[in-house]
Design a protein around this ligand. Sequence first.
Ligand SMILES: [Zn+2]
Length: 167
Amino acid sequence: MNAIKYQIEYRKIKNLYIQVKNGEVIVKSPRYVTKRYIEAVIKEKEKWILKKLEENREEERNYTKEDVKKLESKLNIICPNLIKKTGLKPNKIRIRNIKYAWGSCSNNKNITINLKLIDKSDEEIVYVVLHELCHLRYMNHSEKFWALVGKYMPNYKEIRKKLKNNG
Ligand SMILES: [Zn+2]
C-alpha cells in the first residue's frame, strides 16, 4: 500500500514518468502499463517523491498586506506611465496572488497583476504590465502583439527570459 496520493495520466508515450508539481504527484504513463507496475514504481521512488513534495511546500511563500501595498505603490507609478506612453487604458488593474501567470487581461479590459511580482525587479514588473496593456489591442500573442510590446520595450525578450527562468 502506498501512502502517496497520485493521479495517473495516460499518454501516448514510451516510458512512464513521475511529475511532482504544485504539491501534486502525477504519473504520466503509456496505456499498456498496469496499475500494479505503477504502484511498484511509486514505491521505488517514494523517497524522491517525498523530497519533491517537501520542496514544493517550501516554495510557497506567504504574502503579507505589506507586500500588496508595496506592489500597489510600484504599480501606481508604472501603470500611469505606461498608459500615457501607449495610449492603452484598462478599466481596472488589480493585484491577485495567481498561480499560473504573471498577469492576465480579460475581455472586459480588466488587468490582473500577480502579487508574486513583488519579488521581481522593477523592470520585470514593467514588462508584465506592458504585456497586459498590449493585450488591450491584441488579444493574442501574434507578431503584431510582440511588435507592439517591442516598440515600448526593445529589450523585452531578455526580461521575458529572466522571468521564465526564475519561475
Ligand atoms: Zn499574454
